[in-house]
Design a binder for this molecule. Sequence first.
Ligand SMILES: CC(C)(COP(=O)(O)OP(=O)(O)OC[C@H]1O[C@@H](n2cnc3c(N)ncnc32)[C@H](O)[C@@H]1OP(=O)(O)O)[C@@H](O)C(=O)NCCC(=O)NCCS
Length: 159
Amino acid sequence: MTVDPPIHLAQPEDADEIAAMSRELIEHGLPWGWRPARVLKAIRHPETNVAVVRAERELVAFGIMEYLESDAYLVLFAVAKAWQRKGVGSALLRWLEASAAVAGAQRIRLDTRRDNVAARTFYNELGYHEVVIQRGRYSEAVDGIRLEKWLRTAGGESP
Ligand SMILES: CC(C)(COP(=O)(O)OP(=O)(O)OC[C@H]1O[C@@H](n2cnc3c(N)ncnc32)[C@H](O)[C@@H]1OP(=O)(O)O)[C@@H](O)C(=O)NCCC(=O)NCCS
């Protein structure tokens, strides 16, 4: 079943839940880097887009994207377990991509754990290409993979 809950820019009061979701679904087994204060800073940062999907009072998904010159970097991205495989991640990522394109980004880059098969499959399905293995990216034992997607070429056309 595909669902389509609304996507919004995050508000300061979303910071605690985003940080908790990052700790549980993304940073498990690693030191907790995205604590509420850091998330709050991202929400308030003019060059960072923090988007959330909420269903009533529940945080369903979030994504944090930074804009850097002609690239955008997807810093964190997660969908709550109960909401996975319903199209929410695809909808949220497309929303962030559209926002990045409007902001002038040519390319989106991101890193994920090498052993995160679900994320790698998800990003591949959405048109992201794996460009390099990053040995020891997250810890001595946890490698990363860099992925990227071109939104348009340097000449301005869609790829
Ligand atoms: C990766 C993640 C964001 C996907 O979100 P989602 O809402 O479940 O994704 P969608 O429902 O839009 O899936 C789109 C497609 O991606 C692929 N996919 C998604 N989850 C998958 C999984 N667990 N295993 C294999 N393929 C998967 C499938 O091709 C899927 O299409 P299908 O369901 O029709 O087969 C989600 O599993 C998640 O939050 N994981 C934990 C946090 C994380 O790893 N974040 C990314 C790294 S920072």
